[in-house]
Design a protein around this ligand. Structure first.
Ligand SMILES: [Cu+2]
Length: 143
């Protein structure tokens, strides 16, 4: 019998562990809504789905593998028209989606880490924007 076991009865230890598990699962739920990694395919491509929902992108942060074509499945699930827009020195995307519309676009960035800002031209000032990172997530994006 160790001193630790004597000081902390078995029942108390379980309660503490259960609390930790619940906290962890709640945290991962919140993270999934805000962030998504891409799904890799045998074809060498990767995909991610981004929903446009009433002045917000879901998810707001996407992490992708550098140098691999990325198919982005856009779906407007809100009640207002939105755009999915990227203005970068290497990549320009501008898609308008009315409510209920869906469209898949493919982005092929240069090899190596790059971060692209995606936004809705109509609602960017209201906070409708996000970040697409090819490569490791920057330290400021980690929770
Ligand atoms: Cu919008």
């Amino acid at each position: 019998m160790t001193t630790t076991a004597t000081r902390h009865p078995r029942g108390l230890g379980h309660a503490a562990l259960l609390t930790t598990l619940i906290t962890l699962s709640l945290a991962s739920c919140a993270k999934q809504n805000a962030r998504a990694a891409t799904t890799r395919h045998d074809t060498g491509n990767q995909t991610v789905a981004i929903d446009l929902v009433d002045y917000a992108f879901r998810p707001q942060r996407v992490q992708a593998t550098p140098g691999v074509p990325l198919a982005i499945q856009l779906r407007n699930k809100g009640f207002t028209a939105d755009t999915f827009t990227i203005h970068d020195s290497n990549i320009t995307v501008d898609v308008v989606l009315r409510p209920g519309q869906a469209r898949t676009i493919t982005v092929t960035p240069l090899p190596g880490p790059v971060s692209l800002r995606y936004l809705c031209r109509y609602h960017d000032p209201s906070g409708m924007h996000g970040q697409l990172t090819f490569g490791p997530v920057a330290p400021d994006l980690r929770e």
